[in-house]
Design a protein around this ligand. Structure first.
Ligand SMILES: [Zn+2]
Length: 298
């Protein structure tokens, strides 16, 4: 973990929650079938992902894939006791060594939601251009401010930045995407074409982002793409309808909540708990078990 004031305070708080027995209670409830843990990553280091898998396995839980989750959501399978579903957003190049290798080794199912443009263009995610332009003094707005722009303005800004700045490949290649699905339980899902903030898009843009990414991935992988994750966790009813009409079976938000027998029926707004880089492992244990988040709906 990075030694910042924030991380030291959260380390103390996480240990307090742990000692108070909150984590143990959460795991007991999980194993009693009160909920499924839905956990997601972006680009964790190999030691972090390994530690998370080790800790979860030690709790006597089991991992389920998206097909099983879908069967549970539709009532084809009973609600399980002690199940965890793992997802990963963006399709970072580092996922291959840091996540996929370990997942294969331990036969752990993982769904990776890929943004297709950086895969096909071989460059960086849009926020990397914004950060680079800021560092160079060319731009004075940060990625959070860009997220508030209309999508058309974001696209125009990015075109300018891409003319001027070069970001090396950050996403997996097409070959790597094909490779990670082989011999293991990794499945690829969609995370749009350009990772826009969908509610800032026009209807046409949303349609393109949701359906074109699905088509592109199906062409690469030769099977149906069933899972979707909303970039930045942002969506509205329009996006939900579009995702359903495009033929996806499940879609993940970033709402930090347990997956219950009730909310799993909402197949296109599934919640997830995020594991962070650079924070203490104690905090990440509290995050994975859900006790970090107040007001979650159980
Ligand atoms: Zn993302």
């Amino acid at each position: 973990m990075k030694l910042t004031a924030r991380n030291i305070l959260t380390y103390i708080y996480a240990n307090y929650l742990f000692l108070r027995g909150d984590v143990q209670k959460a795991i007991t409830r999980l194993k009693n079938g009160q909920y499924i843990l839905s956990i997601y990553f972006h680009d964790p280091s190999k030691p972090l992902f390994g530690k998370c898998m080790k800790w979860l396995s030690q709790q006597g839980i089991f991992f389920i894939d998206l097909n099983t989750l879908h069967d549970i959501a539709t009532g084809t399978m009973p609600f399980p006791k002690g199940a965890v579903v793992l997802t990963v957003d963006d399709g970072w190049k580092t996922n291959k060594t840091n996540i996929v290798e370990l997942a294969k080794q331990h036969n752990i199912p993982v769904a990776i939601f890929v943004t297709t443009e950086p895969v096909l263009a071989g460059n960086g995610y849009w926020w990397s251009y914004v950060k680079l332009a800021n560092k160079a003094g060319y731009l004075n707005i940060n990625p959070e401010q860009v997220k508030l722009m209309k999508n058309k303005s974001r696209v125009e800004l990015l075109a300018k930045l891409k003319d001027r700045f070069c970001v090396e490949r950050e996403a997996m290649t097409v070959d790597e995407i094909q490779e990670v699905e082989k011999n293991g339980k990794v499945v690829i899902g969609s995370h749009t074409v350009t990772h826009p903030i969908l509610p800032r898009c026009t209807d046409e843009e949303v349609y393109m982002e949701i359906t074109h990414s699905k088509n592109q991935l199906e062409e690469i992988l030769h099977h149906e793409i069933n899972g979707f994750a909303y970039p930045n966790g942002d969506f509205s009813e329009r996006e939900i309808n579009m995702v359903e009409r495009a033929g996806y079976q499940l879609a993940f938000t970033t709402k930090p909540a347990y997956l219950t027998a009730e909310n799993i029926k909402e197949k296109y707004r599934l919640p997830r708990f995020e594991v962070l880089k650079d924070v203490s492992f104690a905090e990440n244990i509290c995050r994975m078990s859900g006790v970090w988040f107040r007001n979650n709906n159980t």
